[in-house]
Design a protein around this ligand. Structure first.
Ligand code: HEC
Ligand code: HEC
Length: 223
């Protein structure tokens, strides 16, 4: 029994050694970022089965705010927020220097890879989207003065999960979550069907090509 455990360990070490020696680029990823990669993917493109969204296209400012929100329990502490809790456990012990190092690595090394999973009525979605533009911008490019992140480039399933979290007061209800509160109030104006429609519209429109120039200069520069 003991020896079989030992063999398994030796095998695992050998496997990990091979995996890192072989690359897949893993050895070039800084130590601190490797945990993130395990769930969010090597280019932070998101891994659906782990419910970990793409982090590509999010500004450094927004990333840091979310990581701090998870650390402080402003996000991810609601008992129904199972995915948020997993995320909290992954960042709870990081210092603010760690967060800066990690997020600046992410904004420079991420690439989204989106597949369509949410379908809805695009005309209705366009109507609902009129209520998002004032904060998230005409092309869903985000507006950092308001604190509203870019929505194009995020996974459609993640957008829908978050809208439902806001609607059902799982996210945005913490008294210190001033940004989340604004979003919660908007999500509560619509029923579930309409939220699906707007997500389908945002992902169908593929705003990313239109807004890239504008958003890149606005969101990727340190704010
Ligand atoms: C155990 C898997 C796991 C690990 C490890 C992990 N995450 Fe996450 N992360 C998630 C899940 C699941 C979510 C979605 C939470 C939700 O649905 O609210 C998430 C959400 C996030 C968000 C919010 C994205 C948004 O659009 O608001 C950020 C930012 C993030 N993770 C960054 C990181 C960073 C940086 C690391 C490494 C320090 C990391 N994650 C490690 C699973 C993980
Ligand atoms: C009053 C301004 C405002 C309006 C209107 C608004 N939002 Fe937001 N939204 C925000 C802010 C601020 C945040 C960031 C919350 C945070 O920091 O946790 C946000 C966050 C989000 C997120 C979470 C993104 C992520 O990466 O986790 C989604 C999804 C979203 N909004 C979708 C929408 C949609 C769809 C609409 C229209 C139906 C909409 N928003 C209308 C202000 C707004």
């Amino acid at each position: 029994m003991i020896s079989s455990i030992k063999y398994t360990h030796i095998f695992l070490f050998f496997f990990l050694f091979l995996a890192s020696a072989n690359g897949n680029g893993v050895e070039s990823i800084p130590e601190k970022v490797r945990t993130c990669v395990a769930c969010h993917g090597e280019s932070f493109q998101g891994i659906r089965i782990l419910n970990a969204p793409s982090l590509a296209d999010l500004s450094e400012l927004y990333l840091i705010r979310q990581l701090e929100n998870f650390q402080k329990g402003i996000r991810g502490s609601h008992p129904k927020d199972i995915y948020g809790q997993q995320m909290t456990m992954s960042v709870i012990n990081l210092s603010s220097e760690d967060l800066n190092e990690i997020t600046s690595y992410i904004v420079n090394h991420s690439k989204s890879n989106l597949e369509k999973t949410v379908y809805g009525d695009l005309e209705k979605g366009e109507f609902v989207f009129q209520h998002c533009m004032s904060c998230h911008g005409e092309f869903a490019e985000g507006d950092m003065d308001i604190g509203a992140p870019k929505l194009s480039g995020l996974n459609d399933w993640y957008l829908l999960n978050q809208l439902l979290n806001f609607k059902n007061e799982i996210r945005g209800i913490h008294p210190d979550d001033l940004f989340g509160k604004q979003m919660m109030e908007t999500a509560q104006m619509f029923n579930e069907e309409m939220l699906k429609d707007v997500v389908a519209y945002i992902s169908e429109e593929d705003f990313s090509s239109q807004d890239d120039k504008e958003a890149d200069s606005r969101l990727r520069s340190p704010l």
